[in-house]
Design a protein around this ligand. Structure first.
Ligand code: HPA
Ligand code: ZN
Length: 337
């Protein structure tokens, strides 16, 4: 039986792979452009949505960095984050660990403090007013050099109480994890956890080097791991989580069809896979839409959906008490629905 959309929306969910800049809806992009007197290269909201046809990751990144230009002031970062949290609330997302890309903003002259203070204030309000717990992850842009990543980490040092981990995003091919071994080592010395995008467009080898050289706690995407049987056995044996993003993968042509997605195959192989939305404003959906896409394209079953959410709890950076409380919520939901 096909899973019901209402059931999928009501299912308590967690999101561990979400770029805040990728949650910028065209409506808010236009509102911020007006507020900040910035000219957009689009004539209407519809024209923005029509431009969201991508053949690969780089096609998307070009338009994603352009969209972020409307973010200038602390309130802009607050409004962006708050809009995302409202979407989460409407979809029963109870815990989030968003990424932000400071270099996209500091390279335009926006102070690091402006970015992080706006985001953190919204996350605190999200916890107090919506009951959504959160942890924040700072990503380095891998198409830029190691020196720029070190400079970003230095900017973050006064704000380490607001950041749980560092991550690695942007153009994967040709920018292997080991390019950032030293800056990740420094981040770990400072007490931060680490994650990295690997095996989205890049090879399975990048998943290995993210694990070995960056000592990550999770792999973001990781869908190309299936090309290496030994890697899949290693991921399953160590319960290394993969934050998989189904709609992102089809929008960026990592898979040409959701029916060909490998998330459930990896789930059956014992890999700790999780469902996430990546850049929902660009890829056609938030958490519920990603679960619906799996139900429609792959025939996702109830037990699999519950397992995917339990995996997210295990994979999250929430403390033990919060993890227990979230697991109880899932069990209660299971009993009642
Ligand atoms: N991959 C790499 N970089 C990104 C992504 C992604 O899916 N989304 C935003 N930046
Ligand atoms: Zn991503």
């Amino acid at each position: 039986m096909k899973l019901n959309k209402h059931w999928l929306n009501q299912l308590p969910k967690l999101e561990l792979h979400l770029h805040l800049e990728g949650s910028l809806e065209p409506e808010l992009m236009f509102a911020l452009a007006k507020r900040n007197q910035i000219n957009l290269p689009f004539t209407s909201i519809e024209a923005v949505r029509e431009a969201y046809e991508f053949n690969n990751l780089q096609d998307f990144l070009d338009i994603y960095y352009q969209g972020a230009n409307v973010l200038l002031h602390e309130d802009d970062f607050y409004d962006l984050t708050w809009a995302y949290l409202e979407q989460c609330h409407a979809q029963n997302v109870i815990h989030v660990e968003p990424f932000f890309d400071p270099q996209t903003h500091t390279d335009r002259g926006v102070p690091f403090a402006t970015v992080i203070n706006g985001i953190s204030r919204a996350l605190m309000d999200g916890e107090a007013q919506l009951g959504i717990s959160s942890e924040l992850i700072m990503c380095f842009l891998r198409h830029l050099d190691e020196e720029a990543a070190f400079a970003t980490l230095a900017m973050a040092e006064p704000f380490l109480d607001k950041i749980i981990a560092v991550g690695l995003d942007s153009s994967e091919d040709g920018n292997p994890p080991e390019k950032f071994s030293r800056v990740f080592a420094k981040a770990r010395e400072l007490g931060l956890l680490t994650v990295a995008h690997a095996g989205e467009e890049g090879p399975a080898e990048y998943v290995w080097t993210a694990i070995k050289d960056l000592q990550v706690s999770r792999i973001d995407h990781g869908v190309r791991s299936v090309e290496d049987a030994e890697l899949i056995r290693h991921l399953a044996a160590t319960r290394m989580p993969l934050t998989v993003c189904p709609l992102s993968n089809t929008k960026l042509c990592v898979f040409d069809d959701m029916a060909k997605h490998n998330i459930l195959e990896m789930l059956e192989q014992g890999v700790c896979v999780t469902v996430n939305s990546d850049d929902p404003a660009y890829f056609g959906g938030y958490m519920t839409e990603n679960f619906i896409a799996l139900a429609d394209g792959l025939g996702l079953q109830r037990e699999q959906a519950l397992k995917l959410v339990s995996n997210s709890i295990a994979a999250s950076f929430a403390d033990v008490d919060r993890k227990q409380a979230m697991q109880l919520l899932i069990e209660q939901f299971e009993d009642e629905h």
